[in-house]
Design a protein around this ligand. Structure first.
Ligand code: ZN
Length: 195
């Protein structure tokens, strides 16, 4: 077995475990009127599966600003993200571009651990970035989460089902992210080419 991203004795809160393989459909808590997939919660049961995000914890983390790493509440003055490694630009109805982030935020200390120990983040050498003061808008996604295709095939056809969600931030913050990504690319190129 490859060694997963383990922080001390723990695993990131929003990672799914092999013992969490039961799913059900239920009325959505965060998106009233919608139906959502919920996943049984038995963190610590079996082995952590880093390729699969736990669908219920992913949504809850984004909806309630819970930390991706420890699951605790992130106050607005200690809320961090990795906008190079995660999320993407979203074209809005009026043609402007926002930034959508599909990974829950992190505390500063937890983001530091993630930057050092998560293989993806440490390879990118991205440093944590402070989340904007704006809350952003919570947006649902009904496309099937990778790895859940077989499960999705058992759901009633023709019904819109919420799998995941993201936070959509304003065009002003999207601009900040674009500049951040540009700076990261320049720094990375300079590091690779050397002095
Ligand atoms: Zn945390």
């Amino acid at each position: 077995m490859t060694v997963p991203w383990v922080i001390g004795e723990t695993v990131p809160w929003s990672a799914a475990w092999s013992g969490e393989t039961a799913f059900a459909l239920q009325p959505s808590i965060d998106f009233p009127g919608m139906t959502e997939v919920c996943q049984i919660e038995r963190p610590g049961a079996g082995e952590p599966n880093f390729a699969a995000v736990h669908v219920t914890r992913q949504r809850r983390g984004l909806a309630r600003h819970l930390c991706h790493v420890c699951g605790g509440q992130t106050p607005i003055d200690d809320r961090w993200m990795f906008p190079v490694a995660s999320g993407g630009f979203v074209t809005l109805h009026d043609g402007t571009v926002g930034y959508g982030c599909n990974v829950p935020p992190m505390h500063s200390a937890c983001a530091g651990l993630a930057a050092a120990q998560c293989p993806h983040l440490s390879r990118l050498a991205e440093t944590p970035f402070r989340a904007p003061a704006e809350e952003g808008r919570l947006i649902w996604r009904t496309d099937v989460v990778p790895g859940m295709e077989a499960l999705a095939a058992t759901f009633p056809s023709g019904q819109e089902i919420v799998y995941s969600c993201y936070r959509l931030f304003s065009p002003a913050f999207a601009q900040v992210v674009e500049e951040r990504r540009g700076a990261w690319e320049r720094e990375t190129r300079a590091r690779r080419e050397g002095p």
